[in-house]
Each structure stands twice: as C-alpha cells, then as structure tokens.
Write a protein that binds this ligand. Structure first.
Ligand SMILES: Cc1cc2nc3c(=O)[nH]c(=O)nc-3n(C[C@H](O)[C@H](O)[C@H](O)COP(=O)(O)O)c2cc1C
Length: 313
C-alpha cells in the first residue's frame, strides 16, 4: 500500500504535516506551547503577541456552541520577549510561526525587529485582522492604503524571516483583487486566510443577554459556520496572487474533509482554531487520520495531487 504523504511546503518551509494550530487557540502559555510541541501538528503558531504582556478583556470573553465560537479576547499574551525566550530554548523539527499583533504600526516594526533576532523562529505571521490595532478600532486589513504603506516599511527592514500576513475575511471580488494587487508587490511568503468574522453577536435567549461581556457582547466568529467564507477567500486569493505566495487556510475546520476542501480551494496548509479549543490536543491526530482516510478513498497519495484543483464548472 502506497504511503499517503501529507507533508507540505510553505514557500520553502517544510512541514511534515499540513495541519497546524491557528493563532490564539491554546498557544499562549509555556504549557500550551509545550503541548503543541509534543503533538502531531505540523508547525507551531504562537498567540499574537504585543511588545508588553497584556491581560486582555474581562471574562467571559469566549463562548462556543455547536457550530461556532465568538470571542473578544483583547489580545491576552505574555509579551514578545517571553515567546522569543521560550522558542529559542526549545529543540524541535517543527517550523515556528511567531504571530504578532502590535497595537500600532510602529509597534509592529519593533516586533518584527525583535523576531529577527531569534534563532528558532522560521516565519512571522502579521495579524492584520485585529480590531484593536488602530485608535478608531478599524481592522487594518480593511484599510488598503495603510496596508500598502505598512508593507513598504516592513520590507525596508532587514528581514531574516519569512513574512506572512493573516487577513480578515473579504466579502466581495474587488476587495480581494485589490488586496492581492498590494500583496503581489512585496516579497511576502504566505497569506493566512481567514481570521474570525468580525462583529458577530451570539445571545442567550433564556437569559435575554449576550454570552460574552466585552464590547457589548460583539466579537469575532469562528468555527463551522465560517467555513464557506474561508473557502471563498482562499479560492479567490489563489487566482489573484503571485504563484510563489503560499496560502494557509483557516476557518471552520473540524474534519479531515474540511481540510481537503481548503486544500482543493488553494491552501498548502491549514490552521485549526475553534475545534482545537473544543477538542484539545488530540484534534491533530484525529484530523490527520481522517484526512489520510479520505485521501485513500480518493486515491490521492500526496496533497500536491490536488492543491487548488477545484473545478470551476
Ligand atoms: C479564542 C480565540 C483567540 C484568537 N486569537 C487570535 C490571535 O491572537 N491572532 C490571530 O491572528 N487570530 C486569532 N484568532 C482567530 C483564529 O486564529 C482563526 O483565524 C479563527 O478562529 C478562524 O478559525 P476557526 O474557524 O478554526 O476557529 C482567535 C480565535 C479564537 C477563537
């Protein structure tokens, strides 16, 4: 029986499994990162960090139900120095993605410079989807001119790491086309799409109240209900982006077939957020087994056999 190969390559970064965690899902503390190290995930993505540690928003700030999750975490993290020290002290063959989410553009430049000094970090995933980032609480990824100027400055730095950006979901063709046009001007290694759907609301009908406290109950939506938006963004970006830019799919993955679908739409690897939080570290073994089983049925022996091969009818 031929072995099924689920290794992948993100612009030269080799992963022995195409399945990794999404930033923010059980990847903030030393214990959580150590668990990820021991797991069968193909890479480690850290919680988006800021320069100084942050406690984040008041609790409850995360809630999940059968088909989704809502969160308004407020970027609780231990600060970049903790993540760099921790990562530089470990031995692993898994690639390390440091996620950063500065509260200003200047803070992001500082974070990138600090990350460049690490010996273990392979890639920096810049979170362009966090609503805290600008004073007016706009999501940076929706401010096209600002993103362009920001990236210009990022690539003026003496970067020693792969640079990728994590994007919010876009809901029309033109936005994806315009964002791809900007991205194509820079030596970006990968994009990750999508981050949570912003500004959702989930309520408790019995208590007649919101389920999370910060932000009047509004928050980012993840989980099964956002999968279609993730697939649409991956598929559209893959047709507009330069071919050397890899796509990491994220959003609504809870089964091996979900992973297959992300890859079919153009992702070279995937990240799992809500389902990882729900199920814990064993999710990576289960998803890997389900993916392999499905590929066997389809008679695919490598994910390279079908990346981006969705029939357009
Ligand atoms: C509790 C929680 C915290 C998150 N924190 C971050 C974060 O710090 N940085 C980031 O880029 N995305 C963050 N996200 C978004 C996820 O990485 C992911 O993009 C989103 O949840 C969609 O994936 P999913 O459907 O698998 O949950 C967070 C999501 C959740 C549920």
């Amino acid at each position: 029986m031929k072995k099924i190969d689920i290794t992948t390559n993100i612009n030269g970064i080799r992963l022995y499994s195409c399945i990794m965690n999404a930033s923010g899902a059980l990847c903030s503390t030393e214990k959580e990162l150590s668990n990820l190290l021991k797991s069968s995930s193909g890479a480690i993505v850290t919680k988006s960090c800021t320069d100084k540690p942050r406690k984040g928003n008041i609790k409850p700030r995360y809630f999940e139900w059968d088909i989704g999750s809502i969160n308004s975490m407020g970027l609780p993290n231990l600060g970049i120095d903790f993540y760099i020290n921790f990562l530089d002290g470990i031995t692993t063959n898994k690639p390390i993605f440091l996620s950063i989410s500065g509260l200003s553009l200047e803070e992001n430049y500082l974070l990138i410079q600090k990350a460049n000094s690490s010996t273990k970090i392979n890639a920096i995933e810049i979170n362009l989807s966090c609503p805290n980032i600008l004073k007016k609480k706009e999501i940076l990824g929706y401010e096209f001119d600002t993103v362009y100027n920001f990236l210009k400055n990022v690539f003026r730095l003496n970067n020693k790491k792969h640079i990728g950006i994590k994007l919010p979901p876009y809901f029309n063709d033109n936005d994806i086309r315009n964002m791809a046009f900007i991205i194509n001007k820079f030596p970006i290694s990968f994009i990750t799409c999508i981050n949570s759907l912003p500004n959702g609301l989930f309520i408790n009908s019995i208590k007649e109240s919101t389920v999370i406290y910060p932000n009047k109950g509004f928050g980012g939506i993840g989980g099964t209900i956002i999968k279609s938006f993730a697939l649409a963004n991956i598929f559209k970006f893959s047709s507009f982006l330069r071919k050397d830019i890899s796509i990491i799919g994220c959003g609504g993955i809870s089964s091996g077939i979900d992973i297959f679908d992300h890859i079919l739409c153009g992702a070279s690897a995937v990240q799992v957020g809500t389902q990882f939080i729900k199920e814990g570290i064993s999710v990576f073994d289960r998803l890997k087994n389900e993916l392999i089983l499905f590929l066997k049925k389809k008679k695919y022996y490598s994910i390279n056999n079908f990346i981006g091969n969705l029939n357009k009818n």
